[in-house]
Design a protein around this ligand. Sequence first.
Ligand code: NDP
Length: 236
Amino acid sequence: MSHPRTVLITGGNRGIGRAIAEEFVAQGHRVAVTARSGEGPEGTLTVRADVTDAASIDAAFSEVENQLGPVEVLVANAGITRDTLLLRMSDEDFTDVIETNLTGSFRVVKRASKGMLKARFGRIILVSSVVGLLGSAGQVNYSASKSGLVGMARSLTRELGARGITANVVAPGFIETDMTAELGEELQDTYKKQIPAGRFATASEVARVITWLASDDAAYVSGAVIPVDGGLGMGH
Ligand code: NDP
């Protein structure tokens, strides 16, 4: 088993982020989650933060550092969608999604890197999406924000790679969450026909890829895009 690490996951109160937090706890790590509302799962420290607000991120990191030690593993998971077709997409629909998914990830990565550089160890994991590289009608804003994370992880790898820090992207496909439950059974079946695996994934199937990337076994994996999509994307 890997060394116990101090882990911070953004958006750990529900969905995929919550499953990631549960998996790190189960593997014996010290786990904190950020939440705007609600709480992280049992065994985690919940800190309040909004990724669009740098001051709240700084305060949240300070609290984690005081209670659990410097963050060694960062999972930038918080994300939103504002889906609509291009001609209906407002500037606000576009910038809100970029602000949370892309700039929000930049803010937490920057704050986490201070401690990682000092420790000469770090694992940065950015949660993207299959549509980042595949594209998706109605998601010009979202897919742009998610492909931006690939450039970010690869630049981080070049900038920080010699200091024991890795940066990778995980690109989930369809995951059983509140978001996909809203699609309705008929639409879900249509999507399932396009997925080679023939099914959606559980959030814990994404979580276990992320805990592996944070583990000692993945020390030489950096700048990678790891799909967890049942073969939907292929070609990353
Ligand atoms: P959910 O909508 O279930 O959860 C989103 C999480 O992000 C919540 O914890 C939410 O907090 C948090 N969040 C949103 N905006 C902010 C903000 N400004 N500051 C801090 N936290 C914020 O999403 P999922 O679990 O489905 O998705 C998690 C990640 O995985 C996202 O990045 C998403 O793009 C990606 N993804 C999801 C897929 C899926 O099929 N579900 C597929 C591919 C990628 P709060 O509860 O306070 O709103």
